[in-house]
Design a protein around this ligand. Structure first.
Ligand code: PLP
Length: 461
């Protein structure tokens, strides 16, 4: 069979040829493949620069979702690219059991130095779901090593999301992803989400959070001595529609976990690395979790890598003469040096470019640009936490009656935005901005213009 080099594919007809070849062999993630190519266009991308992606036909797309929340400083960021290249020429990978390497060591030191106090140990994984699996297993196992094998349950939050592997999926509460696999999954206890969108009329976000924390406490009390850990996405439930909640919930959750001898797992896979305004979201509540799960932005969006940070208390529970008491979990690519080198370069940019301070200006600009859209008759809420901003579309605006999901309003917005050169990928009927931090004034202006027309398009009768 005659094949062609994809690099030679350019221009519109070439883009079509590419699509045909791709759809003949590739199974894309999180996609009903039957919707390709008609309902959903497949977009072949040739290169990325800054906040922009460039298609093989030359069309440019502003990446308003940071390519699934992974990218921090723009595509092909030269300093990170350089660090990966240099590392690849020295050591691409080495078994991490019994062996050590510089990027792995330096990254662990850097993460411990930047993380909330008390998180003094780093265990590497290679994606976010793996980090969640690691935290769940470590929590259970450390209780067991303390002779407390009755703790076999986890508490997770309504509307939460923690990944797609069976254990991580078990902790999630998004029916679209979970329902079909339910017979295979662990059954956590679900506590109601502290989501401020679901507050009672007139109730403040803080009061809502505290009311939900009381319900969390009741759930712990009803299952005394059986809970390993509570797992939460701090401040923003991202996959659940960028739902946001008050940090008071995290403070109370920390106290409740302590009172009931359970761990707190903070899944900051999406919200970590500055998305919420602080380097880690937990900082805004002034708490330290027992486990901090990191991935996505960890490498600046370049390579799959994850890290689970934990405490000396958890770590010490595994030290023993018996191998069975050790944490025998491993992935072939644990501590991959290329990923660690990318992560180190990414962390260095936070310091050299004063990223968090500059993002405060960007976040304020995002708020100002989004404000006029809040009065649209079908916008129920515009909400923001740092560099994450979301528009909740409903059939009657502030009445909060959801559109029938079969309407696929978000898909209309997606297609419209794509035709105007913006990658907006709504979650159901929630449009959101989660751009790379390099996004400029003009780009944000363009994003706001296209979002305004995308909302028009999505809410047309
Ligand atoms: C994306 C995500 C995960 C899963 O990470 P993957 O690398 O996609 O497996 C877990 N938790 C949260 C909060 C996420 O947003």
């Amino acid at each position: 069979m005659k094949t062609r080099d994809p690099a030679a594919l350019t221009g519109a007809t070439e883009a079509d040829a590419w699509r045909t070849r791709d759809l003949a062999v590739v199974w894309h993630p999180c996609t009903q493949m039957k919707e390709h190519p008609d309902t959903m266009p497949l977009v072949p991308i040739r290169r990325g620069r800054g906040a922009w992606l460039e298609g093989v036909d030359g069309t440019r797309y502003l990446d308003a979702v940071s390519s699934w929340w992974t990218n921090l400083f723009g595509h092909a960021e030269p300093r990170i690219a350089e660090a990966i290249g240099a590392q690849a020429r020295e050591l691409e990978h080495v078994i991490y059991a019994g062996f050590s390497h510089e990027p792995g060591l330096l990254l662990a030191e850097a993460l411990v130095a930047k993380a909330p106090p008390g998180l003094t140990r780093v265990f590497y994984g290679d994606n976010g779901s793996a980090a969640v699996e690691i935290a769940l297993k470590m929590s259970f196992h450390s209780h067991a090593n303390h002779g407390d094998a009755r703790r076999t349950r986890f508490i997770a939050l309504g509307n939460g999301y923690h990944g797609e592997t069976l254990g991580a999926l078990s902790m999630g509460d998004i029916p679209l992803y979970r329902r079909i696999y339910a017979p295979l999954l662990l059954e956590p206890l679900f506590a109601p989400s502290p989501d401020a969108y679901e507050a009672e009329p007139g109730e403040s976000p803080e009061a809502c959070a505290l009311r939900r924390a009381d319900q969390l406490e009741a759930l712990f009390a009803a299952n005394e001595g059986q809970v390993c850990a509570l797992i939460v996405e701090p401040l923003v439930q991202c996959a659940g529609g960028m739902r946001m909640y008050h940090p008071a919930y995290l403070r109370r959750a920390r106290e409740i976990c302590d009172a009931h001898g359970a761990h707190l797992i903070a899944d900051e896979i999406a919200v970590g690395f500055g998305r919420t305004g602080t380097l880690f979201a937990c900082e805004q509540a002034g708490i330290s979790p027992d486990f901090l799960c990191l991935s996505k932005g960890l490498t600046g969006g370049f390579l799959p890598l994850s890290a689970v940070l934990t405490t000396a208390a958890v770590y010490d529970a595994f030290l023993d003469d018996s191998r069975e008491r050790a944490f025998l979990h491993s992935h072939s690519y644990t501590g991959n040096p290329l990923g660690c080198a990318a992560a180190l370069a990414s962390l260095a940019i936070f310091d050299s470019d004063d990223v968090l301070a500059r993002n405060r200006g960007r976040a304020a600009r995002m708020a100002a640009l989004a404000a006029p859209l809040a009065s649209h008759p079908n916008v129920a809420q515009v909400r923001q936490t740092g560099m994450v901003l979301a528009f909740e579309l409903t059939a009657d605006g502030v009445g909060r009656t959801p559109y029938p999901s079969a309407d696929r309003r978000g898909l209309r917005a997606y297609r419209h935005a794509l035709s105007r050169g913006v990658l907006l990928r709504p979650l159901g009927d929630v449009l959101y901005w989660m751009p790379p931090y390099c996004v400029g004034e003009d780009e944000l202006g363009h994003l706001a213009d296209v979002t305004a027309t995308a909302i028009e398009e999505a809410t047309r009768p």
